[in-house]
Design a protein around this ligand. Sequence first.
Ligand SMILES: NC(=O)c1ccc[n+]([C@@H]2O[C@H](COP(=O)([O-])OP(=O)(O)OC[C@H]3O[C@@H](n4cnc5c(N)ncnc54)[C@H](OP(=O)(O)O)[C@@H]3O)[C@@H](O)[C@H]2O)c1
Length: 329
Amino acid sequence: MEKRRLGNSELVVNPVGLGCMGFSHASGDPMEKTAAVRTLREAFDIGYDFYDTAEAYTGVYPDGSISYNEELVGEAIHGIRDKVVLVTKMGVSHNPDRSLRLDSSPATIRKSVERSLKKLNTDHIDLYFQHRIDPKMEPEMVAETMGELIREGKIRAWGISETTEEYLRRAHAVCPVTAIENRYSMMARWHENLFSVCEELNVAYIAFSPMANGFLTGKYTPDTKFEGAQDYRPGMPQYTKEGYAKAKGLLELLTDLAAKKNATMGQLSLAWMINKKPYIVPIPGSRKPDRLRENFASANIILTKDEIAAIDAALDTMSFDVFGGHSGK
Ligand SMILES: NC(=O)c1ccc[n+]([C@@H]2O[C@H](COP(=O)([O-])OP(=O)(O)OC[C@H]3O[C@@H](n4cnc5c(N)ncnc54)[C@H](OP(=O)(O)O)[C@@H]3O)[C@@H](O)[C@H]2O)c1
C-alpha cells in the first residue's frame, strides 16, 4: 500500500485514515473510555497513521460527564505521537437541537487551538481544519490566523472542511491550504467539481462519511437498532424506509462488485475513491477492531480506470437522499 503526501505539506499517510468521531459522538452513545483508548491504539497497530478528531466531537457518558474525543485520541497516541498525523478542527459547537454554532473569528481560533493542544496532550497539531465556513468571517482573515499558527509552530498545516471553490481559492491565496475535508461517498458525489481545483492547487481531499455513515457496508436496514440514543442515524434520509428503497440498486451493484473482487461492500465503496484519485484519503470510522481491519484493507483492492468509469456511469443513473444532501436527478 503506497503512502500519500497531503497536498503541499510534508505530511505522508496511508491511503485510509481513521475517523475518530464515533468513539464519542453521533455513532451511538460514547464508548467507555478505557475500551475506546485501547481500540484507538489498536488502530495504529493495524496500520492507521492519520487520526481525525475535532473539538466538537463530544458525547455524554451515562453518569452525565462528557466524552471529549480529543482526550481519547491524545491518550491513545501517547508514545507514538511522532508516528501519526494528528488532525483536529475548530469553529463548530453544537446547540441542544444538534444544529451547529459557527465561529471562526481569530480570537476563537486562538482559544480553540490552545484547548485542543491541551486535550490532545501535544505541542503541535499536524493538520488543523476550519470545521465549517463561518459566514461572518472572510476566508482571508481565517487564512491569516492559520498562517500565524503555522509560523508559531502550533500547527504544521491547515485545511477547510465543507468548503466551496471560491472560499478555498480566496483562503489559499493568503496561506496555502494543504487539504479540504468534505463529504464524499458513492451516495454523495456533489463535491466532485472540486477535484480539478484540488489538482490545480495541489490540495488533498479528505473524504468524510465515506461509507455514507456506514450505509454502504450493506449491514444496516431501516429496522436496525443503533447503539444508544446519541446516534444520529435514525434521522438520516438513507436510513428511512423510502431512502433505503431508493438505494436498492446501489446496494445490488455493490453486492455484485464485492463478489467479483472478493471484498466486502464497504471495502469496495472505499476502494472506488482511493483508486479514483491519488490525493483522496477516506477516513471511515468504526469502534470495532475487526471493522477497522476490514476498512483499512480496502487500500489493497485494485480497480482500473475502466472499472471506476463503469461504476460512475451506473451511479449517474441513480438518485439518493442521503444525510448532507441529494445526489442524482
Ligand atoms: N469534517 C466534518 O465535518 C466531518 C463530518 C462527519 C464525519 N467526519 C469524520 O469522518 C469520519 C467518518 O465519518 P462517519 O462516521 O460519519 O461515516 P462512515 O465512516 O461512513 O460510517 C461510520 C459508521 O459505519 C459503521 N461502520 C464502519 N465500518 C463498518 C464496517 N466495516 N461494517 C459495518 N459498519 C461499519 C460504524 O459503526 P461501528 O463503529 O459500530 O463499526 C460507524 O457508525 C468521522 O469519524 C469523522 O472523523 C468529519
